[in-house]
Design a protein around this ligand. Structure first.
Ligand SMILES: CSC[C@H]1O[C@H](OP(=O)(O)O)[C@H](O)[C@@H]1O
Ligand SMILES: Nc1ncnc2[nH]cnc12
Length: 299
């Protein structure tokens, strides 16, 4: 049996990826920042380990403390690998987004359940030449985490919508008006630059994942909005960040039930995904996959 064996109940470890405006987390006891090495390169920052109301929590500021890294420069693979490596079972992704719908104003939270990935300049998979795998991301978000977040958000009286599609763009520039209107015509709810390939990589690493998209602006399609500016986004961001910290605090105790496996199957995503024959696998790549895929590769 390995650490990743799913027959024994496991106590969850909550990973929080903090987006723009969220570079720490409130109320953590026994906290310590620690660098975790990864064969995939440098993560965005050290990890902040601590306990929140008795629950183990690991926090990673997505852009690094001080917001040093742009969306296209993030090492998404290293970020997910280090979280997996330290035992994270559930990721709460907190993200600033633009709104593509009138009924989702700045300050509104959307627990998204779908993504459209329009990014093109990022490494998107842990797998490749020497160990090919294809996981399903038909339902990229863990519904159990979505349920818990929705309940906590409603209890706190936050303006929240359950469900919606997050359009992931490459950036770093905001969209043109034509792009913004195109994404609206596709029925997308919100737009951001970071949740892909993050969500895909979390699925490959068999970690449950959910996004709380926090609206900061109406993007450029809106008649009251000429263009998006960082100043405008930041003004809304800090209020949203306080709500998000509160939300994490309220939801965490509800995620602390030991379980044998995720009912939605997130933690078994690799069961039928590997296609490269064992004899044809590249030992160097297999070694790099020790944390992400050790459960199925025998790492
Ligand atoms: C500061 S606005 C643009 C920036 O904010 C979002 O990042 P995150 O998802 O980490 O909150 C957006 O995707 C852009 O990277
Ligand atoms: N309008 C917008 N487009 C892309 N990313 C964003 N993050 C916050 N607002 C955004």
């Amino acid at each position: 049996m390995t650490d990743h064996d799913h027959h024994a109940p496991r106590t969850p470890v909550i990973g929080v990826i903090g987006g723009s405006g969220l570079y720490d987390i409130a109320g953590l006891t026994d906290q310590r920042w620690e660098r975790v090495a990864s064969p995939w390169g440098e993560a965005s920052d050290e990890l902040l380990f601590g306990t929140l109301d008795g629950v183990s929590l690991v926090f990673l500021p997505r852009h690094g403390r001080g917001h040093k890294r742009a969306p296209s420069d993030l090492n998404y693979r290293a970020n997910i690998d280090v979280l997996k490596r330290v035992g994270v079972t559930d990721i709460l992704s907190l993200s600033a987004v633009g709104s593509l719908k009138e009924e989702l104003p700045p300050g509104h939270f959307v627990i998204v359940d779908q993504f459209i990935d329009r990014t093109f300049a990022r490494a998107k998979s842990f797998f490749g030449a020497g160990c090919v795998a294809h996981v399903s991301v038909a339902d990229p978000v863990c519904p159990r985490l979505g349920d818990a977040l929705e309940h906590a958000a409603r209890t706190l009286g936050l303006d929240v919508t359950r469900g919606g599609t997050y359009l992931a763009m490459e950036g770093p520039q905001f969209s043109t008006r034509a792009e913004s209107n195109l994404y609206r015509s596709w029925g997308c709810s919100v737009i951001g630059m970071t949740n892909m390939p993050e969500a895909k990589l979390a699925r490959e690493a068999e970690i449950c994942y959910v996004t709380v998209a926090m609206v900061t602006d109406y993007d450029c399609w809106h008649q009251d909005h000429d263009a998006v500016t960082v100043d405008q986004v930041v003004k809304i961001l800090f209020g949203n960040a306080d709500h998000a910290r509160n939300l994490v605090r309220h939801v965490t105790p509800h995620l602390n039930t030991p379980r044998t496996s995720c009912p939605a199957g997130c933690d078994h995503a690799l069961d039928h995904a590997l296609i490269t024959a064992p004899a044809a696998r590249d030992p160097d790549l297999v070694a790099k996959l020790d944390a992400v895929a050790g459960r199925v590769l025998g790492g």
